[in-house]
Structure formats: structure tokens, C-alpha cells
Design a protein around this ligand. Structure first.
Ligand SMILES: C[S@@+](CC[C@H](N)C(=O)[O-])C[C@H]1O[C@@H](n2cnc3c(N)ncnc32)[C@H](O)[C@@H]1O
Length: 262
């Protein structure tokens, strides 16, 4: 039987070294990476595989038995990446269906990183793309799907398991941050057009801006303290923000999906 046509479209391949450091830091803390030989998929790595190589390096730091598979829908980008293959790094032509090459057939997919991929799709295509990717996951596998700016100072992503969307994470470079709602321009595709009055994500970002403004006196000490105080205020106001003071210090917070979903 012939191979099925990759699901998706070739889009702009813009990428940058170290751009995905924030999302990678989040990925490294995911329990599924503790599996004996986890398989991590980088879906849509772009014009060159730099961020896939970075992902491999980082993942090996927490699990030396991990395997990374870079997938691209553009055959030329796959051809460019192939020379970088090694025992624990593979590249395969494909799309949201996530084809697994023969050499990895015994592996389940523990984690999919799909950053800055769905951004160039229509909003109506998001759910079917998620569903296809979810079908490939191991029982404790997750998908991290989102968007960041060109140099990775601002990022937002959703985390999904096999059945559902779990959370939204926002990640900021705190130095020089004026208003957290700046992240609106980097929201995952499913939310980017929903930042308007009457939608929960709009309310959430408003509350975050207000909390950030309320705690401006802390800026003289450090923006980290200011951000942590803002996250604490959101919890006090009833937002289901995960209580993770260490991550707040890094300018990152996670909120339950149900509280912000469209
Ligand atoms: C903007 S680049 C992102 C590169 C890298 N992930 C980053 O964040 O820097 C998006 C890439 O995703 C690829 N792409 C789009 N749809 C895809 C799909 N369904 N499956 C695999 N790759 C896809 C495009 O060809 C493009 O190279």
C-alpha cells in the first residue's frame, strides 16, 4: 500500500535558533519524558532543523534514552534535515497524521511539539488537526501546540492529552514587560481571534493586566515579584491558575483550559 498524502499544507518556514527555549523548558518537566525510551515529535520544524536539534539536546539532558523525530510537510525541508540524522534523531516527511518511520515502529509518541504551525492555518482547521495528532499519543502522551514571537520572548501554548485540552500557558520575558495582554498577538490559533469582549480569554487577559498594574510598586524590587503577585491575585479572584511560584518567577503561568476556552 502506498503512503498516504501528508495531512496539512506547506507554510512559511520561519524559524530562529533558541526561539523555542520557553516551551522546551516546559516540555522538560513533563512526566511522560520519564518513560524508559520516550519519543518526542517536533512537528513542522521549518526551513532548517535547528530547533529540533536544540530539542534533542535538551530532552537528552532529562532522559538520555529519548528519541526525537522531526516531521515536515515540505520535502525540501526534510531533505535539508536528513544529513543531521543520528541514532536518536530522525526526520520524516509527513503532516498531522504523524507518520512513524520503520526504525521507530516500536515506539509510541509521548510528546508532540507543534510550535508556530497552526498559526498559518484557518481557525476552522484546528480541531481536526488536534484530533489527528491526539490519536497518535501514548496513554500519558501530550501535545504542546502554540505560538511565539520571532526571538522567543513571548509565547503561548495549549497542552492536550489524548482526550482533551488541559491548559493554556503564557510565557513572558518580564524585563520591560509593559502589559501582559501583549501576548494576545501570540495566542494559539484557537484563541487568537477570540480576544474580544464576551470571550473568556479576553476577561482573563484583562484581569492579568489589572493585576500587573495593581502590583506595579513591586517593580522596584523585581518584575519577578510583580508577576508572582499578579498570579496570586488571579487565584484570589477565582481563576484556576496552577499554583507554581517557581514558574511565576520565570514569567510563566498556566490556567485550566475550561476557564479560557472559546
Ligand atoms: C513557521 S514554521 C515553524 C518552525 C518551528 N517550529 C518554529 O517554531 O520555529 C512552520 C512549519 O510547519 C510546517 N508545516 C505546516 N503544516 C504542517 C503539517 N501539517 N505537518 C508538518 N509540518 C507542517 C511548514 O511547512 C513550516 O515549515
Amino acid at each position: 500500500m502506498g503512503k498516504q498524502r501528508p495531512v496539512g499544507e506547506i507554510t512559511r518556514g520561519t524559524t530562529n535558533p533558541n526561539r523555542l527555549r520557553r516551551v522546551d523548558r516546559y516540555i522538560l518537566n513533563q512526566p511522560t519524558l520519564k518513560r524508559p525510551t520516550p519519543l518526542v515529535v517536533d512537528l513542522g520544524f521549518g526551513a532548517n532543523p535547528t530547533t529540533t536539534l536544540e530539542l534533542l539536546d535538551r530532552v537528552l539532558g532529562v532522559n538520555p534514552n529519548a528519541q526525537v523525530l522531526g516531521i515536515e510537510i515540505d520535502p525540501e525541508r526534510i531533505a535539508r534535515a536528513k544529513p543531521f540524522e543520528k541514532d536518536n534523531l530522525h526526520f520524516e516527511l509527513g503532516g498531522f497524521e504523524i507518520p512513524i518511520p520503520a526504525i521507530l515502529q516500536t515506539h509510541e509518541v509521548n510528546l508532540v511539539r507543534a510550535m508556530n504551525v497552526l498559526r498559518q492555518y484557518d481557525e476552522s482547521e484546528v480541531l481536526s488537526a488536534w484530533k489527528l495528532m491526539q490519536q497518535r499519543l501514548s496513554p500519558d502522551g501530550i501535545i504542546v501546540e502554540g505560538t511565539c514571537d520571532e526571538i522567543g520572548r513571548l509565547a503561548a501554548w495549549v497542552t492536550l492529552d489524548r482526550q482533551r485540552v488541559i491548559s493554556l500557558t503564557l510565557s513572558f520575558r518580564l524585563l520591560g514587560l509593559v502589559k501582559p495582554s501583549k501576548v494576545a498577538e501570540r495566542l494559539p490559533k484557537v484563541l487568537i481571534h477570540k480576544n474580544t469582549s464576551g470571550n473568556r480569554i479576553f476577561d482573563f487577559l484583562n484581569h492579568l493586566d489589572n493585576a500587573w498594574a495593581n502590583h506595579s510598586p513591586l517593580a522596584v524590587f523585581s518584575p519577578k515579584q510583580r508577576f508572582a503577585a499578579s498570579a496570586t491575585e488571579l487565584i484570589a479572584k477565582g481563576w484556576p491558575v496552577t499554583k507554581e511560584p517557581k514558574r511565576w518567577q520565570l514569567g510563566e503561568l498556566t490556567v485550566d483550559w475550561d476557564a479560557v476556552k472559546p
